[in-house]
Design a protein around this ligand. Structure first.
Ligand SMILES: NC(=O)c1ccc[n+]([C@@H]2O[C@H](COP(=O)([O-])OP(=O)(O)OC[C@H]3O[C@@H](n4cnc5c(N)ncnc54)[C@H](O)[C@@H]3O)[C@@H](O)[C@H]2O)c1
Length: 920
């Protein structure tokens, strides 16, 4: 309770706020019936903030005599269920809620003598947790290949009432009695931990099934005696387990409840030996804190699961207590009602969604699944306290004890919270706010790398992605692969709509063409929202650094593949070298998104897995790098010409390379020392032949970035030949006229290899002769390069039976002393997945750009105090958790670096072994 002493007298009015923690929060602190009673008994005014998802609709409150009001500033006391976001707190009001700042508020409404809580939802978590657990058991058995009666049980929220749940369970019970549970699993044992309100609810539901209780001490022999006979299968077995059944004093094996409570460190647990291997479904509802022994650790589970005898034991856990990485060590997150289960592979120590391993349900807002009954009961319990509040009787003993703040100050018994507040102010960077509220992510753009981005975030739960794009069809197709996405039309140049979208979300991720990012960045700064992009920091973006910092906004850029995880993996190695007292002497990094070798079946040896505009303009960027102590600068127009003809990475590939922008600018960014460096180069990989051919197209004008001049009164082309004529400045578009023009423009003979390669390619792209390729396709764009990009994308795409590949390789030479050198390499080679006639595969490019961007988004959402300004993931706060989370991705999403270190006695010998000496 947060009590305001703002002078008020007489009867106080009540406001009931709209819950906004997540869409499932449909409970209300007072039912319409109790509102009616309150108004009748006291004559107070009750204001109800309108809500579309509350279990009782606005009309039912109006009928009860409440007034619907969006503005709760009119009320003296504001009631809610969940904590009120700081931005929505109205000054000088008395608030009552569960704030979870500490065990306070509604939890402090206690009997003055017994000190027992008077207002709670406990039993309802037990009801819902048990039902969801039985539902999970049916799902898990099915995933293991078994039909069972449990498959007929749904999640709690699909039932209209607790009675209907109980009746339904009785029907399911009949099936168990008649047909039994699957023989391989028998006897099915439900282990129920705890003896509080939660486990009361659990047992009440459990007992609706045909059942028999077993004593914990008899469990092992009971299960071992199972002989497959039906008498074990036509019911379920319950084991009620409390600390005395598994905790024992380390010194002598005895148990003393009072000592266990006061000195839990003296105790160990044998739950993993006596109970867990004989359990089928564990329903966990015991109070725990880190002084007590864990109920089940990762290591203990691994041991259980390594024993083939236990294949059908401990298959699912309903972790109602949901202490993250606590009592059940492998519960590493709270799950959500929409996605109630996740799975833990104890052998590989890996959490995933593949239904293999132990299934875990850890929803932490279970009573919201039974909003009617839990609200009804809560309202009944809360009513006497509300009555005292309305009568302005804050001296009432129960009420007085539940108040934490009074007159804008913490009451003396809660003053220790000031220390916490002080610590937050002193070292904000160390505070991670665990916030399970629904987070809204705005994804601007629906292009080629966005699928895995959404998938990763959706898998995290409690995140809703809104896709905004100027290509409605593309956005809707993308959205159709996911459950909770919404689609919005976006014209990035319409600032009003950009502002609206940005302000409606918690974070903005721009996957638009890079020149559009600053529009969103400015809006994000205005609305104090954080932002993520996968693009290089442009000059315009950099200029926003100060204003982002001043407004406390994080604009994280360069978090895709390259730039992106190349930075993260490089920084990890650089910091390791520096921490051990070494100096980086050479850094050479290559990265490319290419067709898998078997699919590079066109003269460019290239297909598009990301923005064609981005790919084409990358061939025109000026570049600067250091190679063998020589500083080399290449003009944009010469980049394709002055390519590295041979980059001998990995036997079996035939790569060439292009210098990638200004490598020297990364000397500072990576914290390297120019004086120490012999070589510093970041480059892009292509298959041999790409640069020569692309250079030809460039020289002919196909990569021209000047705005299109009007072509016969329009800036769109009627077909491919119209476009070729425009670019080459020819009138006729037959093969021989185009060959003439190409040879003349390039200064090569007509039968020269390049001339004929280019003409053949133009023909194969439908750009020569009377082709019908672009009839339903509008050939237009701001520049020739854009139109050419569209044409290439239409021709050079991955079919469902083709896949791409991402190759990334870093090489560092580090000096530790005059005769101690190390050659470090870190490489990543990963492939896209094949599709089929119905579904496209996923490109390795989309995965290696989308997932890192999604991980970074999640990190920012989790840590409001993270670094501010226009930044890159080269700071530890980002690259370490990003690399860690990449390591824990599921195999199908795998993005893993292979690292290697070789030692040498001289710089020369390290260099001789390194790629620097071999690139030409
Ligand atoms: N760091 C890396 O390794 C890496 C790799 C690939 C892509 N990227 C970057 O990721 C971003 C997305 O790449 P992609 O391959 O998905 O691009 P894409 O070209 O496939 O998609 C761009 C999207 O933006 C939309 N769009 C374009 N102009 C718009 C406008 N004016 N208003 C609204 N929407 C508009 C398009 O409809 C499309 O949905 C780009 O910025 C790209 O540079 C980074």
């Amino acid at each position: 309770m947060y009590y305001s002493t703002y002078p008020k007298s007489g009867i106080l009015s009540v406001g009931i706020r709209r819950e906004d923690k997540n869409i499932w929060e449909r409970r209300s602190p007072l039912t319409p019936a109790d509102v009616k009673r309150l108004i009748e008994e006291t004559g107070t005014n009750v204001f109800i903030q309108p809500s579309k998802n509350r279990i009782y609709n606005d009309l039912s409150y109006e009928k009860a005599g409440a007034l619907v009001s969006e503005d709760l500033g009119v009320a003296d006391i504001i009631l809610g269920i969940k904590e009120v976001p700081i931005s929505k707190i109205i000054p000088d009001k008395t608030y009552a809620m569960f704030s979870h700042t500490h065990k306070v508020d509604y939890e402090l409404i206690r009997d003055p003598i017994t000190k027992k809580r008077l207002v709670m939802f406990g039993k309802y978590a037990g009801y819902a947790g048990m039902i969801d657990g039985v539902h999970g058991l049916g799902q898990k058995m099915l995933a293991m290949g078994y039909n069972s009666p449990f498959i007929h049980v749904g999640m709690s929220h699909v039932y209209p009432s607790l009675d209907s749940i109980k009746n339904h369970l009785k029907l399911v019970g009949k099936l168990i009695e008649e047909n039994g549970v699957p023989k391989d699993f028998g006897p099915v044992v439900f282990t129920i931990t705890g003896s509080g309100n939660v486990s009361q609810g659990v047992k009440e539901v459990f007992e609706c099934l045909p059942h028999e209780y077993i004593e914990p001490k008899d469990l092992e022999s009971f299960v071992k005696n199972y002989d497959g006979s039906f008498k074990y299968l036509n019911k379920v077995y319950g084991v009620k387990v409390n600390a005395k059944d598994y905790a024992y004093r380390k010194s002598d094996g005895a148990f003393d409840y009072n000592e266990y409570k006061s000195n839990p460190e003296l105790y160990s647990s044998n739950f993993h030996e006596k109970i867990a291997p004989f359990t089928t479904l564990l329903v966990h509802g015991i109070f725990w804190n880190d002084k007590y022994p864990k109920l089940l650790t990762k290591k203990q589970l691994k041991k259980i699961k390594q024993d083939p005898k236990n294949k059908y034991r401990l298959i699912t856990i309903s972790d109602i207590s949901c202490d993250i990485e606590g009592s059940i060590e492998f519960t590493n997150k709270a799950s959500i009602i929409d996605k109630p289960f996740f799975y833990y592979d104890s052998i590989k120590d890996h959490h995933h969604q593949d239904k293999e391993g132990v299934q875990i349900m850890s929803i932490d807002n279970l009573p919201t699944e039974l909003p009617d009954e839990s609200s009804f009961n809560f309202s009944k319990l809360l009513y006497p306290t509300v009555l005292e509040m309305v009568k302005n009787n804050f001296e009432n003993e129960i009420l007085k004890n539940s108040i934490i703040t009074e007159s804008k100050k913490l009451k003396s018994e809660h003053s220790h919270l000031y220390d916490m507040l002080k610590k937050i102010k002193e070292d904000a960077s160390k505070i991670v706010v665990i916030d399970n509220s629904l987070k809204k992510v705005l994804l601007a753009g629906s292009g080629m790398v966005t699928g895995p981005f959404i998938k990763y975030l959706e898998d995290q739960g409690n995140i809703e992605v809104s896709i905004a794009s100027n290509n409605r069809k593309e956005a809707e197709d993308l959205s159709s692969n996911f459950k909770y996405t919404k689609v919005y039309d976006l014209d990035a140049n319409n600032l009003e709509s950009v502002d609206r979208l940005v302000s409606d979300n918690d974070i903005v991720v721009s996957m638009l063409p890079a020149p559009l990012h600053p529009i969103f960045a400015k809006s994000a700064i205005r609305h104090r929202k954080n932002m993520v992009t996968a693009s290089y920091i442009s000059y315009e973006m950099k200029s926003l650094d100060e204003s982002a910092k001043n407004n406390g906004v994080t604009i994280l850029n360069e978090i895709g593949l390259d730039p992106g995880i190349d930075h993260c993996s490089a920084m990890k190695i650089i910091d390791n070298i520096k921490d051990r007292g070494g100096k980086v002497k050479s850094f050479i990094s290559w990265c490319g998104g290419l067709p898998a070798a078997e699919n590079g079946n066109n003269p460019l040896g290239y297909k598009f897995s990301w923005s064609p505009r981005g790919v084409l303009t990358a061939g025109l960027n000026p570049a600067k790098f250091l190679l063998n102590k020589e500083m080399i600068e290449i003009k944009g127009d010469d980049l394709l010409e002055r390519n590295f003809k041979n980059v001998p990475l990995f036997k079996g590939f035939s790569f060439e390379g292009l210098a990638n922008r200004d490598s020297l600018s990364y000397i500072d960014v990576y914290g390297l020392n120019f004086k120490d460096l012999d070589s510093m180069l970041r480059g892009t990989l292509r298959f041999k032949g790409y640069s020569e051919l692309m250079n030809g197209f460039s020289k002919l004008g196909f990569l021209d970035l000047k705005p299109l001049s009007e072509n016969n009164g329009s800036t769109s082309f009627k077909d491919g030949s119209d476009f070729t004529n425009y670019v080459l400045g020819v009138r006729y578009n037959d093969y021989s006229s185009v060959t003439d023009a190409v040879s003349k423009k390039l200064g090569l003979s007509k039968d020269n290899r390049i001339t004929s390669l280019i003409t053949k390619s133009l023909k194969s792209f439908g750009l020569i002769g009377d082709t019908k390729d672009y009839q339903s396709y509008e050939l237009t764009g701001p520049t020739v390069l854009d139109v050419f990009g569209q044409i290439l994308q239409k021709n050079l795409y991955y079919t469902p039976t083709e896949r791409d590949m991402v190759v990334l390789n870093h090489e560092f030479i580090a000096e530790f002393s005059s005769n101690e050198y190390e050659l470090h390499s870190s490489s990543l080679v990963t492939y896209g997945t094949l599709g089929n006639s119905k579904k496209k595969g996923e490109t390795a490019m989309a995965r290696t750009v989308g997932i890192p961007a999604a991980i970074a988004t999640k990190i920012i959402l989790e840590k409001p105090t993270i670094a501010k300004g226009v930044i890159r993931p080269t700071i530890k706060e980002f690259y370490l958790p990003i690399m860690n989370r990449l390591d824990h991705l599921h195999m199908n999403d795998s993005i893993r670096f292979v690292e290697k270190v070789d030692k040498y006695e001289s710089f020369g010998s390290a260099k001789y072994a390194s790629i620097v000496s071999k690139i030409q």
